[in-house]
Ligand binder design. Sequence first.
Ligand SMILES: NC(=O)c1ccc[n+]([C@@H]2O[C@H](COP(=O)([O-])OP(=O)(O)OC[C@H]3O[C@@H](n4cnc5c(N)ncnc54)[C@H](O)[C@@H]3O)[C@@H](O)[C@H]2O)c1
Length: 248
Amino acid sequence: MDFIDKVTVVTGGGQGIGRAIALAFGRCEADVAIVDLNIDAARSTAGEIQRNGARAIAVQSDVSVEAEVKSAVSQINGAFGRVDILVNNAGICRKVTVMDISSEEWDRFLAVNLKSVFLWSREVLPGMIERGYGKIINMASSAGKLGGVVAGSHYAAAKAGVICLTKSLARYAAPHRICVNAVCPGTIETELTSAWGEETKAAFAAAVPFGEFGTPEDVAGAVLFLASDSAKYITGEIVDINGGLIMD
Ligand SMILES: NC(=O)c1ccc[n+]([C@@H]2O[C@H](COP(=O)([O-])OP(=O)(O)OC[C@H]3O[C@@H](n4cnc5c(N)ncnc54)[C@H](O)[C@@H]3O)[C@@H](O)[C@H]2O)c1
């Protein structure tokens, strides 16, 4: 796949799945903006892309704060002129029961995992519509279909919201030939899941037909496909990447 001259934004690109997605776009010669709360991590991803010969910038931003989203998009427009591909990947997760979630934590999880997708999509869609080209790929989760088994109920509810928001955005953008899709990972080996502890991870892996966790690169492959011209007639789709955990 080649993404030469395609300006791609990956939120939460400082580590884990987002980093793998950003590096994969860089290898395909996209111009990549890595947005993350953790600017050092974002710079590290951008540096690796630059060393491999593609253009990349790091932008510090909290994806859940409207003013910071606007400022990030204007920095990206200043550097690269537009946004062609948006990957709404940033997210937070915690192993917690519903009874132990405060209302402040509930609001924060909904803001980072769901409101961010609305804020970022609303910010970039007008430019995509004007240019008649755009791809948005959102990060859902199997928790958004199953309910949170390990992940908290706020996380699961937010990811279910991401699935439905993806379909609403897809309907809105389809007349402009802009595709909006989501990927729905099961359990992927990252720092997010390493926080669960070895016992929980082993139990989870045993429940997956493949018998093991996926890798960030497994998710990146599906994201790049959805962003490519090979997927130009696919919109409103939720692509499972879960080793057979859910087959629907
Ligand atoms: N790892 C899994 O098993 C799994 C499964 C399903 C879905 N997901 C989803 O994939 C995405 C990435 O997960 P991961 O495992 O790579 O997580 P991770 O914790 O390893 O990385 C998340 C990145 O997002 C950044 N981030 C967090 N909050 C932010 C904010 N408010 N603003 C900007 N950046 C922020 C972090 O700094 C970090 O770099 C998340 O949306 C997650 O919910 C992960």
